[in-house]
Ligand binder design. Structure first.
Ligand code: ZN
Length: 116
C-alpha cells in the first residue's frame, strides 16, 4: 500500500535524498500527517526553511510522535517516530528556531499534506 520508496523510509528507517521532496515548497496552510497511518503530525504554522533539503518543523502536534536514541552512522541522533504506527519519520535536532529551538528534520515521503 505504501509503495517502495515510502516503505523504505517508514519501515526501514531510510532517508530520502535532500531537495527531492515536493513538500519542501509547500507553503499553504494545512496539516502534515503520517503517510503510514494518517495520524496528523505537524501544522503548517510550525514549518520553516532550514536549508537542509528536508521539510523542517519546530514543533509537533501534541502527542503525535515518539523519539528514541539512534546511534547509527556513528552519530548521536534522536530518531522521530509516528506515535501511532511507529513509522520512521526523521530526526530531531536542537538547532532549530524559537520558540522551541528544535528542528524536526522530516522525510517528505513519510508525510502527506492536506490543506486546511
Ligand atoms: Zn503513522
Amino acid at each position: 500500500m505504501l509503495g517502495a520508496e515510502r516503505y523504505y523510509i517508514l519501515r526501514e528507517a531510510g532517508t530520502e535524498r535532500p531537495f527531492t521532496s515536493a513538500l519542501l515548497n509547500e507553503h499553504r496552510r494545512g496539516i502534515f500527517s503520517c503517510a503510514g497511518c494518517a495520524r496528523p503530525l505537524f501544522s503548517s504554522a510550525t514549518k520553516f526553511e532550514s536549508g537542509t533539503g528536508w521539510p523542517s518543523f519546530w514543533k509537533t502536534l501534541p502527542g503525535s510522535v515518539s523519539t528514541r536514541a539512534d546511534h547509527s552512522l556513528l552519530m548521536e541522533r534522536t530518531e522521530v517516530l509516528c506515535e501511532r504506527c511507529g513509522g520512521h519519520l526523521g530526526h530531531v535536532f536542537d538547532d532549530g528556531p524559537r520558540p522551541t529551538g528544535l528542528r524536526y528534520c522530516m522525510n517528505g515521503l513519510a508525510l502527506n499534506f492536506q490543506t486546511a
